[in-house]
Design a protein around this ligand. Structure first.
Ligand code: G6P
Length: 491
């Protein structure tokens, strides 16, 4: 269906995220626009167009900031009718260091992913996080009017919901989607300023996470850390001094129709031939695919170890199987990210040096960015999709692989630690990424599974992914918003 979900006549939805959906710069023909990488912004872009909303984000990477800010209506291609206003918040270098590289990505990110050994906290991080949340609160305050809806994204804005309360009209409904895991209390209690973050989030009328497990974890944390809050488990509601926060679990999906279309349209077979030849993949070689931001949560070194073990244990896979690993650079100012980048390159070199022949490599590793069309063509034709995070809120790559396969017979190898596993794990081959023998065994099982069995499982995966695709997610979130508005929440 393409009907536009409505929340009410004249109601504007203001989306707030750290990452902006488009970057602007001056080119030969005036202002030029390009899109940063990342599933979150691409998915939400479709949503904001459909609901005729507007968007506020950090103006990272925009050249000549002030001048470009004049151009606050976004449309790609340039005069498309469904463009929307995009308001950028400009941050100083120090603010970026403290808020983005500091508290967001060296405290909250590792805490929520259970990576306690990676947590590093400085008081400047927290101060900048507070200050930047204030900046965004001001920007939202200027934008919204009576009865509007504010839709916050992710862990960069833990304090913003509460800060908004004094800046927006009482009947404005504030909702927040948390894209990363919400950990159990025993982990979250290690978070510096953890109860302040929880109190900040209780400024929301509606707080949404991906899975039921994260929802229970969040309620556990509130119960343990906020003495004056009363948690109604059955209703998923928290009653506290400033009002009521409803907590829901709606898994974020992908745009299954668009992915399938791009994977198959035009000269798709020719595209696949070109991709194979670019990566030097000979005829008869079967392909595994991994696509990740270069993050320590993604389990890429573990994946490389598993390929190595597979080739040790199953010599028949030498010369007949190649893993194509695509990595995109991320958060490189943080030491743990640079270390990970080095570890990946070293791992790939080690395994390739050990097994490669004149015309075959076990792992093709690239940081080149593929177009969506190429990426989905790769997914469609890869025999195995390899998704092995140590921990991941959802993981959209797993779903994109499935969506591109549609009537295909590829096999998804999926970590039990990805949120996606709660939803589609049953029809994947499940692994624990650190268990190298199990992981190698799973790759082998995927490569030797009879075709009929593969088709059956992929068919079931496709059906499940369609049942919670982007459209369903929007309807769920906005449906809850509409219900809460009817009940008189907001403010
Ligand atoms: C994760 C987060 C997003 C973030 C993305 C890319 O998916 O949940 O909020 O945008 O990673 O990371 P970056 O730090 O480059 O925005």
């Amino acid at each position: 269906g393409t009907e536009r979900p409505t929340i009410g006549e004249g109601v504007e939805v203001v989306v707030v995220s750290n990452r902006q959906p488009y970057r602007h710069s001056w080119g030969d023909n005036g202002i030029e626009v390009d899109r940063p990488t990342g599933g979150l912004t691409a998915g939400l872009d479709t949503v904001v167009r459909r609901i005729e909303g507007s968007w506020i984000a950090w103006g990272d990477g925009d050249a000549d900031a002030e001048a470009v800010d004049e151009h606050d209506r976004v449309s790609v291609p340039p005069d498309a009718e469904d463009g929307y206003p995009l308001r950028r918040v400009w941050l100083t270098e120090d603010q970026v260091d403290g808020y983005y590289y500091g508290f967001s990505n060296r405290v909250l990110w590792p805490i929520c992913h259970g990576a306690l050994t990676r947590v590093h906290s400085e008081s400047e991080y927290w101060e900048a996080y507070e200050a930047v949340n204030e900046r965004f609160a001001d920007a939202v305050g200027e934008r919204v009017g009576r009865g509007d809806v504010v839709w916050l994204q992710d862990y960069h804005f833990g304090l913003l919901p509460q800060m908004l309360r004094s800046r927006v009209p009482e009947d404005v409904l504030v909702t927040h989607f948390w894209h990363i895991p919400w950990p159990g209390w025993d982990t979250f209690r290690a978070c510096p300023h953890g109860s302040e973050v929880l109190r900040g989030l209780l400024g929301n009328d509606l707080f949404v996470v991906h899975t039921e497990r994260y929802r229970q974890n969040f309620l556990d944390c509130v119960e343990a850390a906020i003495p004056d809050a009363v948690v109604d488990r059955a209703a998923g509601r928290v009653f506290h001094e400033d009002g009521v926060t409803t907590v829901e679990a709606y898994p974020l999906g992908v745009d299954t129709e668009r992915i399938l279309e791009l994977a198959t349209d035009g000269d798709a077979d020719e595209r696949w031939r070109r991709i194979r030849s670019r990566y030097g993949i000979g005829e008869g070689v079967r392909v595994g695919v991994g696509v990740d931001r270069l993050d320590y949560t993604k389990g890429i070194p573990q994946r490389i170890d598993a390929v190595e073990r597979l080739l040790e244990r199953h010599p028949e896979c030498r010369g007949t199987f190649t893993l194509v690993q695509i990595g995109s650079e991320s958060r490189s100012r943080i030491p743990a990210y640079r270390e990970l980048q080095t570890a990946v390159v070293e791992g790939v070199n080690r395994v390739n040096a050990r097994f490669r022949t004149d015309d075959w490599r076990p792992i093709v590793y690239t940081t080149d960015r593929l177009s969506d069309r190429e990426l989905y063509t790769l997914y469609r034709n890869a025999d195995v999709g390899v998704v092995s995070p140590i921990r991941d809120g959802m993981n959209l790559v797993a779903q994109e692989y499935v969506a591109a396969q549609a009537d295909g017979n590829g096999v998804l190898v999926l970590s039990r630690q990805a949120g996606a596993h709660d939803l589609i794990g049953e029809d994947a081959v499940s692994i624990t990424p650190q268990d190298t023998d199990e992981f190698a065994g799973a790759l082998h099982a995927a490569l030797t599974m009879p075709e009929e069995r593969r088709r059956e499982r992929m068919g079931a995966l496709v059906e499940t992914c369609r049942s919670f695709d982007t459209e369903v997610w929007i309807e769920d979130v906005l449906g809850s918003v509409a219900r809460l508005r009817e009940e008189g929440h907001g403010g």
